[in-house]
Every structure is written in structure tokens, then in C-alpha cells.
Design a protein around this ligand. Sequence first.
Ligand SMILES: [Zn+2]
Length: 82
Amino acid sequence: MVNPDQKSRSKLDSDDYLTKKCPHCYAYLPLQAKVCTACQKKVGEVDKLGFAEKPVDWWGYLIAVVSIAGFVYFMWWGFFRE
Ligand SMILES: [Zn+2]
């Protein structure tokens, strides 16, 4: 005798994901996962679509800004110094 539980069925929505998808490689991960087991990239909380959010990579931004500043300085040094 199977009695489907209508209550718990209708309650199933975006807040009830059991897994989340890696936004980088689309692997399924546990909700608590902080790092993708497949591609080793950092993942955040699950969003409404069931994907893990990409955590803001401040260190990556910092490196990008520093390298751009270094490039600009290099251009200035190379073309305007003499
Ligand atoms: Zn991944």
C-alpha cells in the first residue's frame, strides 16, 4: 500500500534541492560542498536554479588590477620615459 504524501510533494520547490550543480563543469555536488569535487574550483550556495553560485574571487580581481596597473606602468616606462 503506497500512500503518496501530497503535502511533502507540493512543498518541493527551489529551496529543497538535494544537490547543486557546479557552475564551471556542471557536476552535481552536495549542498554543503565548498569546492567542486570534479574541477576543484570554489563554489558557493545553491541558487534558485539549482546551480552553485560562483564565490567572488577578490584575490583574482586584485591580481588582475595589479597586472593591469603594472602593464600601464610598463607602457609609460617604455614609451614616455626617454
Ligand atoms: Zn566543477
